[in-house]
Design a protein around this ligand. Structure first.
Ligand SMILES: Nc1ncnc2c1ncn2[C@@H]1O[C@H](COP(=O)(O)OP(=O)(O)OP(=O)(O)O)[C@@H](O)[C@H]1O
Ligand SMILES: [Mg+2]
Length: 456
């Protein structure tokens, strides 16, 4: 048998080791076993293995140590980790270190065989990908614009996990770019030559969602008499399915989805026998799934199946560098599109835009810039061209007259005045107000004088 089919199994539990051995041997692999990490690395160094399957939790050397050791000796050899439920952080950590796949306990031997087969096949594919990348055929993530260190680190992590088949769950506020991240994973995966099929669970009426996802047979229900129709899962076979707004999926479909993930099979509505499907699932939502689980609106078991690789996209307001970059990018885009000649934002406009908290994130930013470019007749976007909500300062309406200093003074006057009403104008009241505002007492006295705050 060629070396390409040789596997090394590492598990300290002898009955598990035997079960893995028997199962993989019966699939035609040549299997060698090791009962601890040290033994495994010696065997690995001396033998030619196509892949390694290791348990995560073992005394002395953990599965992570085995992974690192194998990668040091042979970075291209795929390593599959067997891990317990709920160890998501370790899973991400291991993906960064180059693990190819995770199998979550409890698992069936079928799951294992399937994972091994896929990982070995993907590794062959990877070699041809490298040639393709060298030829410049892999599309760079050109639409995802960022200079934020957190996001850049996230993208780096995604590049390494994209190759695995593990499910990805993307969570983040509306407009943070979840779909772009999903496509990024897809583009960096070995499945990028195969379909990327998106299903928006919120946009499709609940009664239709089931047939959209799983398809139906001829005559399954009234109106289904034109012949059967494949669902998105079948269409996405061998590729990736993007389940957008997964938090909006009704409970009965969550059950069906869980079933499809676990069995890698779907049932068309009215179908007689299940259909095999091989899809990578990327799900996204802006809902708080933890809260939904507590309310019994989202199934916890499904959550665990989807959340193998968790991806939390930070809101735009926590990424000031990106706000500035995206503002300029959007300005360029809309001036080109609307055929205008606008050179930039006024100081006052940029001040307001940077201070605004962007509840609708990048989508809102694009809308605001489009609006401003439409409104502008001059060579600069000024504060007067921005929508009212962006101009509000701490709840008060922005007045369009006056420069920045004047507005800041007015704002400070409001703020200090309100604080003093709260604490009172006595000596102790002023000491407390200075403390609350985070300024010295002498600064407080000076500002009261300069701003003409009248004691009431
Ligand atoms: N980093 C980014 N670079 C460039 N464009 C971005 C970025 N993030 C988001 N966008 C743009 O913002 C808009 C919203 O992105 P997207 O639809 O992916 O958001 P979402 O997180 O899926 O939102 P929702 O939860 O409302 O569906 C899109 O036009 C997208 O192209
Ligand atoms: Mg979306």
């Amino acid at each position: 048998m060629p070396n390409a089919e040789r596997l090394l199994i590492v598990d300290d539990d002898s009955s598990m080791r035997m079960a893995l051995y028997e199962s993989l041997s019966s699939c035609g692999y040549e299997v060698e076993t090791a009962e601890n990490g040290a033994d495994a690395l010696v065997k690995f160094k001396n033998g030619q293995f196509a892949g390694v399957v290791t348990d995560m939790r073992m005394p002395k050397m953990s599965g992570m140590d085995v992974l690192r050791g194998v990668k040091r000796i042979s970075p291209a050899t795929p390593v599959i980790l067997i891990t317990a439920y709920g160890t998501v952080n370790t899973a991400v950590e291991a993906m960064k270190e180059g693990a190819s796949e995770f199998i979550m306990k409890p698992f069936s031997l079928d799951d294992l065989e399937f994972a091994v087969k896929n990982v070995l096949a993907a590794n062959v594919q990877l070699k041809s990908d490298k040639d393709e990348a060298a030829a410049g055929n892999i599309c760079p993530h050109k639409e995802l614009i960022t200079q934020d260190t957190k996001i850049l680190a996230l993208l780096d992590m995604l590049k390494s996990i994209a190759k695995s088949k593990s499910s990805v769950l993307i969570q983040g506020e509306s407009g943070t770019g979840k779909e772009l991240f999903a496509r990024f994973v897809y583009r960096h995966s070995n499945r990028r030559q195969m379909p990327f099929v998106a299903v928006n669970c919120a946009a499709i009426p609940a009664q239709l969602l089931e047939s959209e996802m799983f398809g139906y047979e001829k005559g399954a229900f009234t109106g289904a008499d034109k012949g059967g129709k494949p669902g998105k899962f079948e269409i996405a076979n061998k590729g990736t399915i993007f389940l957008d707004e997964i938090g909006d999926m009704p409970l009965h479909l969550q059950v069906k989805l869980l079933h499809a993930i676990q069995n890698r099979q779907i049932d068309r509505i009215g179908g007689i026998s299940p259909i095999d499907v091989d899809v990578r699932i990327i799900a996204a939502t802006n809902k708080d799934l933890d809260a939904m689980i507590k309310m019994k609106e989202f199934r916890e078991d499904l959550y665990f199946r989807l959340n193998v690789i968790p991806l939390n996209i930070p809101p735009l307001r926590s990424r000031p560098g990106d706000t500035e970059l995206l503002l300029n990018y959007a300005l360029q885009k809309f001036t080109d599109l609307l055929n205008k000649s606008i050179e930039g934002f006024s100081g006052e406009a940029i001040e307001l835009l940077m201070r605004y908290d962007w509840p609708g994130n990048v989508r809102e930013l694009e809308n605001v810039v489009e609006y401003a470019v439409n409104m502008e007749t001059d060579s600069q976007i000024s504060a007067g061209n921005l929508p009212d909500r962006v101009c509000r300062v701490d709840g008060g309406r922005f007045e369009r007259s006056g420069g920045l200093k004047e507005k800041m003074d007015r704002y400070q006057k409001q703020l200090i005045g309100a604080c003093l009403i709260d604490t009172g104008y006595s000596l102790e009241g002023k000491i407390r107000a200075a403390g609350i505002l985070g300024i010295s007492e002498s600064t407080l006295y000076r500002r009261i004088r300069e701003l003409g705050i009248v004691e009431k």
